[in-house]
Design a protein around this ligand. Sequence first.
Ligand code: AHN
Ligand code: ZN
Length: 336
Amino acid sequence: MRKKFKIVVLFISVFSIAFWSCDTNKTKESTEKNPEDVVVEKPNVAVPTFNQDSAFLYVEEQVAFGPRVPNTAKHDQCAAYLINKLKSFGLSVIVQEAKVKAFDNSTLNIKNIIAELNPEATERILLTAHWDTRPWADQDIKEKNKPILGANDGGSGVGVLLEVARIISQNNPRVGVDIILFDAEDYGQPDGTMIEQKSDTYCLGSQYWSKNLHKVNYRPIYGILLDMVGAKGATFTKEGNSVYYAPGIVSKVWAAANKIGYSNHFVNLNTGWITDDHLYINSLAGIPTIDILHHDLATQSNFGSYWHTHNDNMEAVDRNTLKAVGQTLLEVIYNE
Ligand code: AHN
Ligand code: ZN
């Protein structure tokens, strides 16, 4: 409405200047447009609608397998589900399989699942999340040694990206898009369990990929990581590594969220540095990448109260939050 009004005002003013200048035979300078009257606006592109029920279903379907811990049958079954789902949308899928060493010296058989939309496009955007879940509930007070369901921590980011995959495969954006579902993000060493605390024990799938890109010279313009993007009323703040490595992308994404009414979720607040998949994508692969990560202002850890506990089940996932994140991603993608 406001824009229409602006256009009408602009039209009337241009018309009256022209009319007036004819009438009075005024010369050049008065017919020149005042630079302030020239409204330079990008035409509004059509952004498709993100379906939160569809995204929620994709989270439920992952959780239905149970915990998705590397070297287990359920992990294998969920991988097959994710690969088939992405293929069913018509995307080409590459599965990067590897063996990586965990902090406990076990060897993990991992699968990074990579889906490409419009592989020929040189301008590309990378969207990512982790699909594995934590083997322990080390932040819980009971059953600490049992694996968690990871509805939010793992499931939510993947659910949003599957829905984004479905939509972009039906409405081609100008840019190419790659979706990478990383494995073994959450096999990191629990705090205080051993004498020696090792470093870089989280994010094993993204560390491997960052050193072994699925295509030589793979170079998207930027990346966006989703992690724990499903909690009711979740707040996403401007995380330290994201702001350090990719300040422009943080601004772009937060502005897009704001524009479409999600400033309640995308908070304009700078917060601390988090080790997450984006850190290695930035530092090892050199791709500027941000993290959209639930930063809970009410807890001591600043992670949600469900974090690494058995409460990380479907109860911890809210459709409205999935919508806020998914619609913001689409707003960004279709405006590129
Ligand atoms: C830690 O939990 C140490 N860092 C955040 C990375 C993470 C774990 N994201 C989900 N789970
Ligand atoms: Zn986790």
